[in-house]
Design a protein around this ligand. Structure first.
Ligand SMILES: Cc1ncc(COP(=O)(O)O)c(C=O)c1O
Length: 353
């Protein structure tokens, strides 16, 4: 699983403890997130992407991004509406549409951003009634594919032409290596007219168990999510919201440290696999490695291959088919073990070859 193993930075934990001691924080909170938290999120976007957001109408805090995605799709789609999702994809991207009784249409994920954009356009053009929502995620889980801002420029154009709502999951915004920078959909002028972006504190700040995410951008979509959430929940425990303000406002050295650790693990894993004859390339981002199943095992399919890796080498990898039919030729490694354990895993995997 992509379950970060590193501890939440101490200054964030300390703030949680301090806030938890104050009885004023023990009451119901605000489901859309307290004002200062939404301001901190807007400030984060301004600093990182020079994107300006109105904390009142364009930002809503969510109980992790999974909750945000699923309730948002429920709020903005009606049964039978078509939702376009890449195959493979992070499971909630397709299941949010299933939960909402919408109609999922898969578009094969392609590495080349121009070809992928063209294939989305072909799919949209060929469907009637026209699809309503397009869900994207870059840097991508599970494929680790990345894009440049020009991809989002084309997506915004496409969305305007075909009246699509674009939902972009930016979970791995900060987990980028060397000189790659992950763009935000909202950097494209006019992106707020057609879409929203989802961000999470789970990965950048090692806060997966805390459940803090955000949906930002188009005010109508944000408003729909605020409305449905006001019926469903009273917001996160307030001390968590207060500690999240501290996380977002920085300092950001802790994020850099985390990225450095993932980068080293990536290098140990990729170099090691290449040494034992499993040819893989270094991903530019995320905390994963999307590895094509070695030639001699390809016929087995990803599920049986993953079971074999578990039984014979005691290494757990996620079978690509868990992310969609298009993932069946691959397995996904998560960089959630230290360098020593990663080396041990490579040694055991050698026995398979
Ligand atoms: C693309 C993507 N989105 C969202 C999530 C979940 O994030 P959260 O912990 O905010 O629910 C993950 C977790 O692995 C992910 O890979």
């Amino acid at each position: 699983m992509g379950n970060p193993d590193l501890p939440t930075p101490q200054h964030i934990v300390d703030k949680l403890i301090e806030a938890a001691k104050d009885p004023r924080n023990h009451r119901y909170s605000v489901s859309r997130g307290i004002h200062k938290l939404r301001v901190a999120m807007a400030d984060w976007y301004r600093r990182k992407y020079d994107v300006h957001l109105d904390p009142e109408t364009e930002v809503v805090a969510t109980i992790g991004s999974k909750e945000g995605i699923s309730h948002m799709i429920l709020a903005i789609s009606a049964p039978g509406d078509m939702v376009i999702v890449p195959d493979p994809c992070y499971p909630i991207h397709s299941y949010s549409a299933v939960i909402a009784n919408a109609d999922v249409r898969s578009v094969p994920m392609l590495d080349d951003e121009d070809e992928f954009c063209a294939s989305i356009e072909r799919a949209v053009k060929g469907l009637w009634p026209r699809p309503k929502i397009l869900i994207l995620n870059y840097p991508n889980n599970p494929t680790t594919n990345t894009v440049n801002l020009s991809f989002f420029e084309k997506v915004v154009e496409l969305a305007k032409e075909y009246e699509l709502i674009v939902v972009h999951d930016l979970a791995y915004a900060d987990l980028v290596f060397e000189d790659y920078k992950a763009p935000s959909l909202l950097q494209v002028p006019g992106a707020k007219d057609i879409g929203v972006e989802i961000y999470t504190l789970s990965k950048s700040y090692n806060m997966p168990g805390w459940r803090v995410g955000f949906v930002v951008g188009n005010a109508r979509v944000v408003g729909a999510l605020v409305r449905i959430k006001s019926y469903l929940d009273y917001g996160m425990f307030q001390p968590i919201q207060i500690a999240s303000i501290i996380a977002l406002n920085g300092p950001d050295d802790c994020v850099k440290e985390t990225v450095g650790i993932y980068q080293k693990r990536r290098d140990v894993l990729v170099d090691g696999l290449n040494r034992i004859g499993w040819h893989v390339e270094k991903p530019k981002a995320t905390m994963f490695l999307w590895a094509p199943i070695p030639e001699k095992f390809r016929g087995m399919g990803s599920l049986d291959f993953a079971l074999m890796a578990l039984e014979k080498a005691k290494v757990a990898v996620a079978p690509g088919i868990g992310f969609g039919q298009g993932g069946d030729g691959f397995v996904r490694f998560a960089l959630v073990e230290n360098e020593h354990r990663t080396r041990q895993a490579i040694k055991s995997l050698r026995s398979l070859f």
